[in-house]
Design a protein around this ligand. Structure first.
Ligand code: CMP
Length: 155
C-alpha cells in the first residue's frame, strides 16, 4: 500500500459533454485527494510532450488534433495506490474492453474520444503533471481529506 500521486486529464469530449462534475465525483467519493486542478487549452507543445511516446502511430495526428480541440481539465490526484486504482476507475483505453461501471465504459463510445487520461506509472505521472503544472508551486498539499482524518483515527 503506497500513497501515490497521479496525473489525470478530463479530455475535450468530457468537457464538451458536461461530464466534469460526474467524473470528478467518482474520485472524490472513493477517497482520493485532488491536489491541483485547472481548466486549460492544451498548446501544441504540451500535446506533443504529453503524447511523445505515440509519435509515428497511425492515430497520433488525430490524437493531437483532438486534445487541442477544446479545453481539458488537468488534475493531480493523490491516494492509496493511486496509479493502479485510478486506472481501474477509468477503465481500459478501448471502451469496448473497459470494465462495467468504469468511466470509459459508462461514458465513452470510442477509443479516440475516451473522456479521460490517467498516468500508467509513477514515472509517467511525474513527467505528465510537470507538462501542465508548476509542481513546486501549484499543488495544495497542506490539508486533510475526511478519508485521511478517518485513517488517522484508526492508526
Ligand atoms: P490515453 O490514455 O490518453 O493515451 C493515448 C490515447 O490515444 C488514448 O488514451 C486514446 O484516446 C488514443 N487512441 C486513439 N486510437 C488509439 C489506438 N488505436 N490505440 C491506443 N490509443 C489510441
Amino acid at each position: 500500500m503506497n500513497i501515490e500521486r497521479t496525473f489525470v486529464a478530463l479530455k475535450p469530449d468530457a468537457v464538451q459533454r458536461g461530464l466534469i462534475g460526474k467524473i470528478i465525483t467518482r474520485f472524490e467519493e472513493k477517497g482520493f485527494k485532488i491536489l491541483a486542478m485547472k481548466m486549460l487549452e492544451v498548446t501544441p507543445e504540451q500535446a506533443a510532450a504529453h503524447y511523445a511516446e505515440h509519435v509515428g502511430k497511425p492515430f497520433y495526428d488525430g490524437l493531437i488534433q483532438f486534445i487541442t480541440s477544446a479545453p481539458i481539465v488537468a488534475m493531480v490526484v493523490e491516494g492509496i495506490d493511486a496509479i493502479e486504482e485510478i486506472r481501474h476507475i477509468v477503465g481500459a483505453t478501448n471502451p469496448d474492453k473497459a470494465d462495467v461501471g468504469s468511466i470509459r465504459a459508462d461514458y465513452s463510445p470510442l477509443m479516440k474520444c475516451n473522456c479521460i487520461h490517467a498516468s500508467d506509472s509513477v514515472a509517467s505521472a511525474e513527467r505528465e503533471m510537470r507538462i501542465y503544472f508548476d509542481v513546486e508551486k501549484e499543488l495544495c498539499t497542506n490539508w486533510k481529506t475526511m478519508m485521511e482524518v478517518v485513517l488517522d483515527g484508526l492508526q
